[in-house]
Design a binder for this molecule. Sequence first.
Ligand code: ARG
Length: 464
Amino acid sequence: MSNRMWGGRFASGPAEIMADINASIDFDKRLAAQDIRGSKAHAAMLGAAGILSAEDVAAIAAGLDRVGGEIERGEFAFSRELEDIHMNVESRLRDLIGPAAGRLHTARSRNDQVATDMKLWVRDAIDSLDSQLADLQRALAEKALAFADTVMPGFTHLQPAQPVTFGHHLLAYVEMTGRDRGRLADARLRLNECPLGSAALAGTSFPIDREATARALGFDRPTANSLDAVSDRDFALETLAAASICAVHLSRLAEEIVLWTTPQFAFVRLSDAFSTGSSIMPQKRNPDAAELVRGKSGRILGALQGLLVVLKGLPLAYGKDMQEDKEGVFDAVHTLSLCIAASAGMVRDMQPDREAMRRWAGAAYATATDLADWLVRVLNLPFRDAHHVTGRLVAAAASRNAGLEELSLAEMQAVEPRITAAVFDVLGVDASIRSRTSFGGTAPDNVRTQARGWLERLGKETAT
Ligand code: ARG
């Protein structure tokens, strides 16, 4: 039997394998709500433009609501013979309202329809990821405020570099997450043009009102080129790119949590709620959620690569290859959403071990830069010379396994005679972090101001 939706010029039905390779209903049923919303807007516009009768529009709208209800309640029998969500919905509409259903497809095609559905879906996804990211920012900023003066080693090359505060470290992720939100918002802005009415590729001869459809669906305007409209998947790529960068950020935080929770670092403890045990080693507390956030970033990056490759050789306009956009986007959004939620949960849960962090904050000559800065400030040495003098002092201390603050004044003066006892004030960890008052620096007062500023902005966001 040939296909009831497009089989007019076909004498027989498709090969069995066609159902397997061609049908997208197994995954694009997730576009049902968007598909129905788009169809209702299209039908209403056709009515207002005098292309469909008011009775047909009313029957179509009521029928589409019934189809939507059936799908929501799980009563809808999806059919693979009908390939995709668009034809499943339209076919059911015909069962319910009869031949008027056949008028819905006037002045549109599945090509502009699917582009519209996907844009609506991605737009909703961006909005919900954005509010999840705001929640993660809130969790980070709250923790940062609570631990604004908790010292820890700051690292470069994963070698102890200079003391910082735990609050400062967490606020770095608030900034990163803020840029992630900015990228998603940018993608949303460019996405927000309505393809519907571009029809198959060339537009339509019916006197449609594309502005009206765009407005009804919350788009800023209709797309300006019908060929572009049906073949553009930039919005999916941009969203996946933004999601990928965000996933990389979350993966970096996850990696730090993995490191911090090792007995070797012991900077942070996750409660039982975010730790798992080993079935063989009773002493183990594994940070599985952090490892999975780190691991799942792979799927999100993979979805971006996958779609880039799908699109790269495609001539204009629509090609069935583009049906491959969906599973990657759905999976990436779902995965990112899980990762954001797990990250926010871990951030709220984790408790820093102040003693362990303090112990390591001052270790490994982490205040050597403070010493060099003192030589510049007080003795007016050029920084390069101060760096050299400090290097010799570090070597002197290291040669007898001591900290810089354990050198005697005489030992210091043997390297640079003008050094005075006042130097010892800058060798402590607390003095070091307190002195870093430059904008964006780690001084606890800075950190508190930044954390409060973020919390105020984030609070306002929820209020609006
Ligand atoms: N299921 C298709 C997709 O996702 C819908 C568009 C089909 N268009 C067509 N001309 N066969 O891309």
